[in-house]
Design a binder for this molecule. Structure first.
Ligand SMILES: Cc1cc2nc3c(=O)[nH]c(=O)nc-3n(C[C@H](O)[C@H](O)[C@H](O)COP(=O)(O)OP(=O)(O)OC[C@H]3O[C@@H](n4cnc5c(N)ncnc54)[C@H](O)[C@@H]3O)c2cc1C
Length: 620
């Protein structure tokens, strides 16, 4: 019934969809096996993509030729560029999506991707022969063969859902948990552990009083995520802001004795940076209110996501507490909030390619690796899909460095440091934040992806044309100078001090309060020369000029660090023989087997003197 495949992807969540698309677009024959074809690319929690650091990841996925950016652009109901008041390195796009459209669009994109077959079934086990993954065994009893397998099971492995004192098996509300895989992998020597996450109640928007909330409209300028010409909506839907209060907190506390968290029924560790409302009121007891974002779930639905009110307290407590939130006095709940516990595999068991060290041809991506978030999952899926293809076609692995992409930072963090709590991306995790901006993901990554055969010719041509435009703009800004009389009226409108003698536009642009588009609009001299260039190229040139010093500093740092990053440690290196290393360092290095000295230096517990000892033993 089934042909042999190059790559089988298990699970059609954010990681699985990107993995299937990437491997298939590179030319592998792919089967995507998922438990329920109605829930392909389901957004399990809030219907939003991007945000701080996560937005950069979506831009990187797009630059690499993945689909998440396109799907988000074409399903968004609101777009905002966060952190606009800070420097461009911190700007982060975020979109509120129509949950149903997001899933429909993903399915449509995958169905239109040649080389992707689908099958709805639960994978119960893997076919492993002589340490190699050779296919999967499904619940309906099929043995389907492949040269590589990518596991992207999300929160489904032995998932248990908790609402107050009730708990039951499930991978997500109203969906079965997946069994069999953890047990088999543990019997093969894998380590697994438990994590937990939670989600807020969804409510009926018709029962809310928005006059008691603050409106939060989208940006006028919907840049979006994709570097391609996606169709953005003509209108947007607003979100709303309201707050909890002391009364809400007091009611929530009445449910603590029935809470699965506080009664010790949940063992798994939760996401520290995305805490439940009960965690917030006990950890930040001094705060008398917490902000809630009231987010519509789509264009044609009254369902509302109550962002900030994640909870697993009993339903009656959720209801009573919500009713005391301003605007929620008459609230009707559609679905209660809940927590879920699930199995994950500590990611130090993986290589940089996301292939497991124990079983050749077996790749893990997404929440199964201890991460949280769609963006974190999707980018791992993309890289696992690429590397599964490379492996079966006997091509070189593709590894993004920490200086190249947030995706590189994420994977390197996971496999070097592991994680004991759900890992989410933050800008602070990246040491080269000025280089890894959301605006330049295309120039950082598209060429690499194009050479691989993933990014299209059209994408590559766009990047080349944009780079050329940026250089021309920078050259013009070096060339065009202003007399005080020509530019001082504009500077006066900004409250910026006047120039006293002729100055190059490039120099004027270095002032923090001067914005290039505004300067072009205000001065005929620039307008006549720069009006022909695209908005993106103008923005890019401006950022490059303004941040030149910082960009150069980070480039120097990258080149200094590359001495360590380029020093590869042979796979067979015997750490146990090096008695001068402490026992913790020996054990960790032996277990993690870092690819380079740079990676070794980032393993927690490895200090600079350990790295120096390794250098000596490597003949350096
Ligand atoms: C209740 C809840 C709350 C969450 N809260 C947050 C949050 O606050 N913030 C945040 O950033 N993220 C949150 N998340 C996490 C976010 O949903 C995930 O990070 C993201 O969806 C992970 O993507 P994934 O592709 O790894 O897995 P999922 O999106 O979970 O997809 C897994 C897919 O695999 C399929 N599958 C699983 N096992 C099998 C099998 N054996 N055979 C066949 N198919 C299988 C499933 O049907 C599903 O399609 C939450 C998730 C849940 C469930």
């Amino acid at each position: 019934m089934f042909p042999d495949y190059d790559v089988i992807v298990v699970g059609a969540g954010h990681a699985g969809c990107e993995a299937a698309a990437a491997a298939a677009n590179l030319g592998s024959k792919v089967l995507l096996v998922t438990m329920n074809m109605q829930t392909i690319a389901q957004m399990s929690c809030n219907p939003a993509m991007g945000g701080i650091a996560k937005g950069q990841i979506v831009r990187e996925i797009d630059a690499m030729g993945g689909y998440s950016g396109i799907v988000t652009d074409e399903s968004m109901i609101q777009f905002r560029m966060l952190n606009r008041s800070k420097g461009p390195a911190m700007w982060s796009p975020r979109a509120q999506s129509d949950r149903m459209m997001f899933a429909t669009k993903w399915r449509e994109m995958l169905e239109n991707t040649p080389n992707v077959d689908f099958y709805q079934d639960m994978v119960k086990g893997l076919v492993i022969k002589e340490g190699k993954a050779e296919g999967v065994i499904t619940g309906l009893g099929h043995e389907i063969r492949s040269k590589a397998v990518v596991l992207t099971n999300g929160t489904f492995l032995n998932g248990i859902i908790h609402i107050g004192e009730k708990n039951f098996g499930g991978g997500r509300a109203a969906e079965k948990a997946a069994t069999g895989i953890t047990e088999q992998l543990v019997s093969l020597g894998f380590e697994s552990d438990r994590l937990k996450t939670g989600t807020p109640p969804r409510v009926d928007g018709r029962s809310l009083d928005y006059s008691k909330m603050e409106e939060q409209p989208g940006d006028d300028d919907m840049t979006g995520f994709s570097y391609t010409d996606t169709v953005k909506p003509k209108q947007q839907r607003s979100c709303w802001i309201t707050y909890t209060n002391q009364q809400v907190h007091d009611i929530l506390k009445t449910g603590f004795d029935r809470s699965p968290m506080y009664a010790g029924r949940i063992d798994g560790v939760g996401p520290r940076y995305c805490p439940s409302i009960e965690d917030k009121i006990s950890r930040f007891a001094e705060r008398d209110r917490h902000q809630l974002f009231i987010e519509p779930e789509g264009w044609n639905t009254v369902e509302i996501y109550v962002n900030g009110f994640s909870t697993s307290l009993p339903e009656d407590v959720q209801y009573e507490a919500l009713r005391t939130v301003p605007g929620f006095e008459n609230v009707r709940i559609f679905r209660p909030g809940y927590a879920i516990e699930y199995d994950y595999f500590p990611p130090t068991q993986l290589r940089h390619t996301l292939e497991t060290k124990l079983i050749s041809g077996l790749f893990f991506a997404g929440q199964i690796n201890g991460t949280t978030g769609y963006e974190e999952a999707a980018c791992q899926g993309l890289m696992a899909g690429i590397n599964a293809h490379q492996k079966v076609k006997e091509l070189a692995p593709v590894i993004l460095e920490r200086s190249q992409a947030y995706i590189g930072v994420l994977i390197d963090d996971l496999i070097s440091k592991g994680t004991e709590e759900p890992y989410r991306m933050f800008t602070s995790r990246a040491e080269y934040r000025t280089l890894l901006r959301q605006d330049n993901a295309d120039s950082r990554l598209t060429e690499l992806s194009y050479k691989l055969g993933l990014a299209s010719q059209e994408r590559m041509d766009r990047v080349t044309a944009k780079k050329a435009e940026v250089e021309q703009i920078k050259a013009l800004l070096k060339e065009i100078s202003f007399e005080p009389s020509e530019i001082n009226p504009f500077l006066a409108t900004l409250g910026s001090s006047p120039i006293l003698e002729k100055q190059k536009s490039e120099k004027i642009l270095l002032r923090p309060d001067v914005d290039l588009p505004a300067m072009i609009t205000a001065t005929e001299k620039l307008k006549s020369k720069l009006d022909q260039f695209s908005k993106e190229a103008i923005e890019q040139a401006s950022i490059q000029i303004k941040y030149d010093v910082y960009i150069e500093k980070e480039r120097e740092l990258v080149s200094r660090m590359s001495q360590l990053e380029n020093l590869e440690i042979p796979e067979s290196f015997d750490y146990k023989k090096i008695q001068s290393l402490g026992s913790e360092a020996r054990e960790k290095l032996h277990r993690i087997r870092p690819r380079t000295l740079g990676q070794a230096s980032r393993i927690s517990g490895i200090n600079p003197s350990d790295v120096q000892i390794l250098m000596v033993f490597m003949g350096r």
